[in-house]
Design a protein around this ligand. Sequence first.
Ligand code: SF4
Length: 86
Amino acid sequence: MAYVITEACIGVKDASCVTVCPVDCIHPAPGEADFEAQEQLFIDPEVCIDCGACQPECPVAAIYPAEEVPAALVAYIEKNAAYYRR
Ligand code: SF4
């Protein structure tokens, strides 16, 4: 499993999570080509090592382990993965 960024990130993109991720799997990061174009950040489920470091850094509590994503937000599991299949 992996961690997932959900709806609360939309329009916020605080990106504190990017700084603490030990495997650089949260994108687009500030300064990357599509940071302005994307409404939120996404976690690459193929790279995330489930360390949990990002979750407490998020000021809007947008990050959950995949198995704990609230029912209303489960579509974000696929949204995160889809970003990395483009
Ligand atoms: Fe990165 Fe760890 Fe968060 Fe996965 S759980 S996105 S590896 S900081």
